[in-house]
Ligand binder design. Sequence first.
Ligand code: C2E
Ligand code: MG
Ligand code: MG
Length: 753
Amino acid sequence: MPEQDEFLSFLDEGKQSPASPGGVTERSWQVLIVDDDLDVHTTTEFALGDVIIQGRRLEFLHAYSSREALQLLRQEAHVAVILLDVVMETEDAGLRIVRVIREELGLMHTRIILRTGQPGYAPEIDTINRYDINDYKTKSELIRNKLYTTLTTAIRSYDQLCRLDASRHGLEQIVAASNQFIVKQGLQAFAEGVITQIAGFAGIEPEGLICVSTHLTSAADNSALNFYPIITAATGRYRHLIQHQLIEIDDARIVEHFTRCLNERRNLIDECSLTLFFAGHEGQDFAAFVDSALPLRKLDQHLLEVFCVNIALCADNVALVSRLQEYAFVDRLVRLPNRQAFINLIDQRLKERACNQWVIALIDVDQFTEVNDMLGHDYGDRLLGAIARRLEQPPLDRCLIARVTGDKFGVFGEEGVVQPDVLQSILTAPFEIDGGEHAVSISAGFVQLGEDSRCGEELIKDASIALKHAKSNGFGQVAYYSDSVGTEIRERTRLLHDLRWAFNHHHLFVVYQPQVSLHDGAVTGVEALLRWRTEDGQFVSPDRFIPVAERSGLIVSLGDWVLRTALHAVTRLRAAGHDRLRMAVNVSATQFRQPQFLQTVQETLCDTATHAKDLELEITESVAALGFDYVEKLLRQLKAIGIGVAIDDFGTGFSSLSYLDRLPVDQLKIDKSFIWALDSQRPGRRIAGIVIELGRKLGMHVLAEGVETATQAALLHDLGCDSAQGYYFGKPMPLEDLLQWLSTQNGAISCCD
Ligand code: C2E
Ligand code: MG
Ligand code: MG
């Protein structure tokens, strides 16, 4: 007999109609009489017809040969006792079918009483031992009294065996259920599972409700104020009640059962329903109610208690697992799938169907770090939330949307939808944050899926590569992934990796290039320039590695180190008698926007015992992107301390000239491209003159960069340029070489020969 049926057979006992007066139920014990003598059937039935054993009547089944007996037993699974005649077709026909009953039909609980009409004929001892024969009587012994005693013992034994078996299966089910519940996702699925389990126990249809009750506790005395039970799961005809409050249920009986069960914190079992109590943690108890049209047999209380305790423990685990699942896969800030969930969902989609008409896009909010730095993280969080909600709107609601990292969102959908103009049009309208409007510019990287659609992880990687490429072209740009883009970005990534390594292993150093007055040839300052020589002795140009360091943020620690090294060099220069040289240090916009930038500079001046007047910071026009107010404030603070400020590579950016007028800048450095154009017929040859004029009008110093020839120096002198820097005067050199070089200058350099 299959295990499940066996278990249900025990539970079947619940499917009885109400007990009749006197405690007799309509259920009966099946007794099979196997005998080829018709009289034996009638006599036995007559003798025991009105007998009641353990509250049940007897129901007789009849077989007149061993073949008939087996046929009948194949259909009837619940025969309690077989009164089996030994001698029928053959002398041992009865004995022969014992083996079949036990071994083939698997009826292990059925009690077998052998009967023989021939006194003195003893059945084989072997059969009795091997096949669990429960009694052996001669037919003459089977008078009513003896039969009654024999049957009562046999039926009791049968009943106990069945109960034991059911308990064992019940426990096995609980254990199996506990394991299953732990991996079930979500409390609702869990609660439905509990209803099914209880119904299984009681052998009834899985129709029921689970109600979770949250106790509100008074802070003052820790007493429970009230509880608000909510239906978390419901099956069958109760399904529509999910998420309703208990009191909303239009069935006084159910409300009463739940209320009593939760208040009294105990199981309630009545004839037609079962309400089980599960003590939960953190003030959340729950109760399950299952209904039965038929009266429930008195269920094994002990078993039910074990069940309830186990399930209550499981409920805690399920809640924990659900929470962990949520932490692991849902971005809690914007309530969208996170990177891992995005990867899983894409993988799942790729498995389900071909997606070669699909596109993945990675969207990045331009200058989001600035928003965070300047307007605060709360503001930044609200902006991200608003973007997330916008991305959920049509037509993107047909796509998978996720927050992949910080300010990067992922969109995966059909190519007709996931397109640059669709994304731009959705995200360009300003967002309302804190009552104000905030417009964002976005950059995006796209990957068109091919025949060989790869996994989610790789697609996101390629999309980030495309995004990086888009961003390297400026704000508000988009790019599609291609193999060449992939190669370029991978090279850049390798460069960054090597640069980090070089920095950590002290393979970077600083060189100093002199700055000379064009009026008298005196050395007025030096510019600190970073150098990277790889292990094989090759130099990597700062024009290659500085942008990479800027994009990755590494420039912040690199820049700090350059500043510290350069200021240490100032003390060495001062010690050598060059106490009027100003040290120019390049600062990138990424460093400039660090909230602690000013403090870092002050601390470094302090640590190196140098003066603010010894230092000039070179910024480029790119800092204009940080916003005029921010830049102006910081420059004024720097100036207030006495630090000089120069605008580097002047003329290459496109910042507003009106800004320049209002910013406290000391010096303009004309970009070398305009200096090289000076003595040629190239366009731009007049720019240097214009910048010099501009500087003079604004009251700023003007320095010419990249001066390589005497002609350039002379032209600049004639144009009224204040100072110059370039190979013509001196190449960037290590500190020791600089000290040596300075000692040979005799204070002035000829600049106009
Ligand atoms: P920059 O600040 O404009 O530095 C001047 C660049 O011009 C230096 O290039 C210098 O070696 C080069 N140079 C000077 N005179 C001549 C000349 O006569 N002819 C030619 N052909 N070149 C000349 P370098 O050292 O390769 O640096 C390139 C850029 O990298 C720098 O431009 C600067 O923007 C950046 N950089 C260098 N060091 C640092 C640093 O420590 N921090 C930051 N943020 N940027 C740095
Ligand atoms: Mg510079
Ligand atoms: Mg420059």
